[in-house]
Each structure stands twice: as structure tokens, then as C-alpha cells.
Ligand binder design. Structure first.
Ligand SMILES: C[S@@+](CC[C@H](N)C(=O)[O-])C[C@H]1O[C@@H](n2cnc3c(N)ncnc32)[C@H](O)[C@@H]1O
Length: 290
């Protein structure tokens, strides 16, 4: 388990009764959490007085809506390890950052800063760009791929907000697999690759992404895109009905006889004060010098 008990602008305050209570910057937020099969520990008022509550299906894909007891701004600023980004209440129930990713971010930053040269990092399904910004700030040249124009625009807002407009980040709105196929043909290579694919997705030209069908080919592409002396691959998968062993074995097979170390497991949020652990996703990550 790679776990975090939160950071300056994030805390998992409580969970239970199928929901979780979190703090994103100054705001407390309640959202469905089917894994919270236990009893909340905070008093009912802590939940009732939340600044924002998302009600709806417990399933990630399900519909729902936000309720705000008082008017909140459309966006707000949060910070993590020297990078700033905007929170925003989206119709998909997310707020623009996946806080459990911090353990991956710090692991990658260590590798980037100790490399002694600017690493080339490819970030696929890159969303609002927090990982892209942290990698660039650590000295990497980053290629950021996402199929959503809105997500790219949000990521660029985050770059400006962080005061990092001068750093080398290529923002590209494209289907992840179309991009990797093209990069292979062009002979471009990367030192580190980050992939955070959803279960299902769509490219800008209506290409379909289905994790079970497409992940093996995408992983093959990623391995082919690695430089001679690469630094890492970091894969995270959300909301899929699988064990981490599935993505571990898929990655291991694609890496073949490259050696190194593959670590696989779950990304976990720990309630403030050493409380209960909530699994958010599966991960598998590789480094050649493990
Ligand atoms: C952050 S990841 C998914 C992780 C998230 N926890 C989830 O499952 O909801 C989602 C990102 O992948 C992007 N995306 C979806 N399909 C894509 C595709 N075919 N190619 C590139 N990006 C895609 C989306 O626009 C979104 O920004």
C-alpha cells in the first residue's frame, strides 16, 4: 500500500455510511464512497455543515449533482509541493486533483532530480496537469496528452497560476493511443511515462478507450517508447474490477527481460490522525534500477 495522510491542502477527515468527508483547500466536501462500509466517526454536524455535497449514484459513472449550502466561487486555489492548481466542482464529482497520487509524484520527482540531466516525461490521460507541473518543476521536459480540450485548458491555467509558464511542457489534445503510435513511427523516445487511464474514455476524434481491451497494446507502445536508459513507468487504474495483480502481470509481460523492479498495489488515503484506510486505485510502477 502506498498511502498518504494528506498534505497542506488535502485531508480525508472521515468516511463511512457509503460516503467520504474530505477537505480540499478551505472547503469540506462530501461525496459518495461505496467502500466506506463502516460507521462515520465525526459528529453528524461535521457532515451536514460541509461546504459542498455531491449526491447521486455511488458508481463513478453514475449521474448526480452538487449541493452548496452557501455560494462558493467557481474555482479556488490549492498548492502541493510548490505547484498551484485550481479546484473546481465538476459534473463528474471530481474536483481537479487526485490527492492519493502524491506518493507517485514524490517518487517521480526524486528520480527526475537525481538523474543529473533533463528527463523527457510523457504523461498520458494527464487531466489537470498536476503531475506534469511537478515533473517540469523538478527539471523534466514534459509532453502532456489528454483527449479533453477543457482539461488541457484547466492544466494550462494551473501552469500560469504556478508561475511556471517558462517551463518546457507540450500540451497536446489527442487520443492517447493515436499519440503513442505516432511517436513510435517518428522515433521519439521518453525517459519516464505516466499513465492514468480511466475505465472508458473517448479521444477527440471519437476514438474509444476501453481499459480491458486497450491497456495491453498501450503498455507495449509505452515500453517501445522508452529511451535506452529510462527512469520509470507509473501506471494507475481507477474504478476497475480487478486485482492489482492484473495490471502488474500485464506490465511485467510487456517489459519482458528489461529487469529492474516492478512494485504493484493500491493507492490509499488514510483518515486524518491515523484513522482508517481507504483504497482509491490500483497501481503498478517500474524502475530499471530498483
Ligand atoms: C485523470 S484520468 C482518469 C482517472 C480518474 N480517476 C477516473 O477514472 O475518473 C481521466 C483523463 O483521461 C482523459 N481521457 C479519456 N479518454 C482519453 C483518450 N482516449 N485519450 C487521452 N485522454 C483520455 C480524460 O479527458 C481525463 O482527463
Amino acid at each position: 500500500m502506498l498511502e498518504t495522510e494528506g498534505w497542506d491542502d488535502y485531508a480525508l477527515i472521515d468516511s463511512g455510511d457509503g460516503r467520504k468527508l474530505e477537505r480540499y483547500g478551505p472547503y469540506t466536501v462530501v461525496r459518495p464512497e461505496p467502500q466506506g462500509m463502516w460507521t462515520p466517526r465525526q459528529p453528524a454536524e461535521a457532515w451536514e455543515n460541509a461546504d459542498a455535497t455531491f449526491t447521486g449514484e455511488s458508481d463513478e459513472d453514475g449521474a448526480g449533482r452538487w449541493r452548496f449550502p452557501r455560494t462558493l466561487p467557481d474555482t479556488w486555489r490549492m498548492n502541493c509541493d510548490g505547484v498551484s492548481f485550481l479546484g473546481r466542482f465538476t459534473s463528474f464529482r471530481h474536483v481537479g486533483v487526485f490527492p492519493e497520487q502524491i506518493t507517485h509524484w514524490r517518487w517521480m520527482i526524486e528520480r527526475i532530480t537525481s538523474a543529473g540531466r533533463p528527463l523527457r516525461i510523457l504523461n498520458l490521460f494527464a487531466y489537470t496537469g498536476v503531475a506534469s507541473l511537478l515533473c517540469a518543476r523538478a527539471g523534466a521536459e514534459v509532453t502532456h496528452i489528454d483527449a479533453s480540450k477543457k482539461a488541457i485548458a484547466w492544466a494550462r491555467e494551473n501552469q500560469t497560476l504556478s508561475g511556471l509558464d517558462h517551463l518546457p511542457i507540450r500540451w497536446i489534445c489527442e487520443d492517447a493511443m493515436r499519440f503513442t503510435g505516432r511517436e513510435i513511427r517518428r522515433g521519439n523516445r521518453y525517459d519516464g511515462i505516466i499513465l492514468d487511464p480511466p475505465k472508458f474514455g473517448r479521444g477527440p476524434k471519437n476514438e474509444t478507450w476501453d481499459l480491458y481491451r486497450d491497456l495491453p497494446r498501450l503498455l507495449s507502445d509505452c515500453v517501445e517508447l522508452l529511451e535506452q536508459k529510462p527512469a520509470f513507468i507509473v501506471l494507475t487504474a481507477y474504478s476497475i474490477r480487478s486485482s492489482f495483480l492484473a495490471i502488474h502481470e500485464a506490465l511485467a509481460e510487456r517489459l519482458g527481460d528489461r529487469g529492474g523492479l516492478i512494485e504493484s498495489g493500491e493507492l490509499v488515503l488514510r483518515e486524518t490522525g491515523g484513522g482508517r484506510a481507504l483504497s482509491t486505485s490500483l497501481f503498478s510502477r517500474w524502475t530499471p534500477d530498483g
